[in-house]
Ligand binder design. Structure first.
Ligand code: IDP
Length: 163
């Protein structure tokens, strides 16, 4: 459904992003952060960690229902193979906009200019996760950050970004 005015899209939607070990290993953390910052989104939480298997099993629970039963354990194994970077971004329409910056799950289907088109070839090495709905973003922010985000204000910059 077409949104006529950007004001109809919530200003403070929060999105959760998780850099996969492949993205971290390839030193693409800054590249992805830069694209989110350039867009006008505000970073409100960030940390590097070795993800716990139990947390990943909750995060990727939906993959356990796939017909191919190998994908869920493969993804969880990959995500424990090295450190990840977890972050929370805030901004107008950031869930949908963040997914656009990342591109389609399968890099060969991702639009040129997106992270996954520009930097990845394989679906299991697609650099970065982004929440697909506001509801899931909120669940993921609770799971990974226990809802601890930083409240901060960019001052006049907010007026330069938001009408
Ligand atoms: P998303 O990350 O774009 O939201 P999901 O379907 O939620 O996509 O899958 C989560 C992650 O699991 C994908 O980003 C990808 O890294 C991995 N994955 C999904 N399907 C496959 C597959 O068929 N083979 C290998 N990895 C997969």
């Amino acid at each position: 459904e077409e949104k006529k005015f950007s004001r109809e899209i919530p200003l403070r939607e929060a999105s959760y992003a998780l850099y996969n070990p492949d993205g971290v290993a390839r030193s693409l953390t800054g590249e992805v952060i830069k694209r989110f910052e350039n867009k006008g989104y505000k970073l409100v939480a960030i940390k590097m960690l070795n993800a716990q298997r139990s947390v990943l099993e909750k995060h990727y629970a939906h993959l356990a229902d796939l017909p191919n039963k190998n994908i869920f354990p493969e993804v969880v194994n990959h995500m424990t193979s090295g450190p990840v970077v977890a972050m929370v971004w805030e901004g107008r329409g950031v869930v949908e906009g963040g997914r656009q910056i990342l591109g389609a799950t399968r890099p060969w289907q991702a639009a040129p200019g997106t992270i996954r088109a520009d930097f990845a070839t394989d679906v299991g090495r697609n650099i970065c996760h982004g929440s697909d709905t506001v509801e899931n973003a909120n669940k993921e922010i609770e799971l990974w950050f226990n809802n601890q985000i930083v409240e901060w204000n960019r001052g006049k910059v907010e007026d330069a970004i938001y009408e």
